[in-house]
Design a protein around this ligand. Structure first.
Ligand SMILES: *[C@@H]1O[C@H](CO)[C@@H](O)[C@H](O)[C@H]1NC(C)=O
Ligand SMILES: *[C@@H]1O[C@H](CO)[C@@H](O)[C@H](O)[C@H]1NC(C)=O
Ligand SMILES: *[C@@H]1O[C@H](CO)[C@@H](O)[C@H](O)[C@H]1NC(C)=O
Ligand SMILES: *[C@@H]1O[C@H](CO)[C@@H](O)[C@H](O)[C@H]1NC(C)=O
Ligand SMILES: *[C@@H]1O[C@H](CO)[C@@H](O)[C@H](O)[C@H]1NC(C)=O
Length: 424
């Protein structure tokens, strides 16, 4: 992952400022048609005998067409406005079909609680000029549920060539698919996220979130298509989820606390990462991270903690716990990289201000596709401390070399590990 959520917010906010500055003349108002033909207003169906006043807004009754080519953006935004504007338990229904959609602005606060029932597929338009920021942006919403067997298809294949982030530090960021900002008590379950233009899911400033039984899929060589990125959020659980993408399957950025990842399968991808830390000035600490019962298949990293070599802030990552992790052919199964510097964009050398402490690796088994199964590359100035390795048995698969561990500036203890790996 080359960019943090902060950068994306800054760029998004900048975009909004620019838009506001250009908003001297208001956008022409859309002719309202189709929408009000049936009942006077939104297509809300009065539900039968629900005391709390629940209801639903079905996009197919608001002009959306599931033919894969009719632009259904307005129907979706209208359905959100209808669902969000009513008290009680409201459902935004996306029935079976393929719905083409541009940017969706699902902003709260809502009067009641909203469930987005995704039975069909949303296809993100590939006309980049339509996006100011992200694709599906859900902000300031409490008690949100997104569920169903449908797919959020970013159709990234057609625009990945526009991603120049490997060449340029301040590159233009393509739209993320599903962005959850300032959401409290949210659940995303059952759905598939496919071929995002940039990140598949970005969780920022959220609390009490559950991501469950979700599938995230993009080719292993697609640029910056991180699966799920979490930043400045607390109490997030990701469980029973299968992720195969072109960047980190899960990345846990600055300001994340109380994050539990269990039963996740990752591959292809860059693994399950904490970081990158230290890119921006005002980052908050990362603490209480548990990664348990996960499988990594043919990924470039397994479990990774990364911080910029030229960190711009003082920040600490602590209480990180990794347990029962199976590695299949992973290039760097266990890696702490405090000299992270993608594309050689760092300005200073070895002057990390990032502290990594109290890290437990327990029962991590399987195979490594490179000899270095364990790499603890900590900084000279601030060594990693309190690192525990317990029952680490990851073996190099090849025959031309032996399994090894490289530990620099790491302090802690090892028990029950392969003897080649007990470098602490
Ligand atoms: C999204 O909708 C909210 C509320 O309707 C509005 O305040 C905000 O400016 C919109 N954002 C964008 C990017 O259009
Ligand atoms: C969380 O959201 C769900 C779904 O809207 C709701 O049923 C539940 O009561 C909420 N929990 C809390 C503690 O508000
Ligand atoms: C995460 O797991 C830890 C350890 O099992 C547990 O104490 C904590 O309550 C869990 N947090 C959440 C948000 O579920
Ligand atoms: C170690 O982890 C593997 C999964 O990677 C699990 O099958 C096994 O039961 C765990 N062993 C112990 C002793 O918990
Ligand atoms: C074995 O792997 C290490 C670390 O990758 C490398 O430095 C070394 O040259 C390799 N040895 C052989 C014989 O390939």
């Amino acid at each position: 992952m080359a960019l943090g959520s902060n950068a994306m917010r800054v760029i998004f906010l900048l975009a909004m400022v620019v838009c506001a500055a250009h908003a001297g003349k208001p956008a022409p108002k859309e002719k309202e048609k189709g929408k009000d033909e049936k009942s006077g207003g939104a297509a809300a169906e009065a539900p039968s005998g629900s005391a709390g006043g629940s209801g639903s807004s079905d996009i197919s009754k608001l002009g959306a067409k599931g033919d894969g080519k009719t632009d259904s953006t307005k129907a979706l935004n209208d359905a959100w406005a209808a669902a969000c504007g009513k008290e009680g338990a409201q459902t935004l229904m996306i029935p079976k079909g393929d719905y083409l959609a541009g940017p969706l602005n699902f902003t709260g606060p809502c009067k009641g609680s909203v469930t987005i029932q995704l039975d069909g597929n949303l296809l993100g338009t590939t006309d980049l000029s339509q996006y100011k920021g992200n694709w599906i942006e859900i902000e300031h919403v409490d008690n949100l549920v997104i569920t169903g067997k449908g797919t959020l298809d970013g159709q990234g294949k057609q625009v990945w060539d526009n991603n120049k982030c490997a060449q340029k530090y301040d590159c233009k960021i393509l739209p993320n698919s599903l962005v959850l900002d300032y959401v409290n008590n949210g659940t995303v379950s059952g759905i598939t996220l496919l071929n995002a233009k940039f990140f598949h899911m970005n969780i920022f400033q959220c609390k009490d979130m559950t991501i469950k039984d979700v599938t995230v899929t993009a080719p292993g060589d697609s640029p910056n298509t991180d699966g799920i990125h979490i930043g400045d959020s607390s109490k997030v659980t990701i469980t029973g989820t299968t992720i195969g993408v072109g960047d980190d399957c899960i990345s846990i950025g600055p300001g994340s606390t109380g994050i539990n990842v269990t039963g996740v399968t990752c591959g292809p991808g860059h693994g399950i990462s904490v970081g990158s830390l230290g890119r921006y000035k005002d980052e908050k600490d990362v603490t209480d991270i548990n990664v348990k019962d996960c499988t990594l298949k043919k990924t470039s990293n397994g479990v990774r903690i990364k911080s910029y070599e030229d960190a711009a802030c003082v920040v600490t990552a602590s209480k990180l716990h990794y347990e029962n992790i199976a590695m299949e052919d992973v290039a760097n199964p266990i890696i702490i990289d405090m000299k992270y510097c993608p594309n050689k964009i760092c300005s200073a050398k070895g002057d990390s201000k990032v502290t990594v402490k109290d890290v437990t690796f327990k029962n991590i088994t399987g195979t490594s596709s490179t000899p270095e199964a364990v790499s603890l590359l900590c900084s000279d100035k601030i060594p990693c401390s309190g690192v525990t390795m317990d029952n680490i048995k990851v073996e190099y698969k090849g025959t031309n070399n032996k399994t090894m561990a490289v530990c620099n500036n790491a302090k802690g203890s090892a028990t029950g590990c392969l003897k080649e790996l007990a470098c602490l």
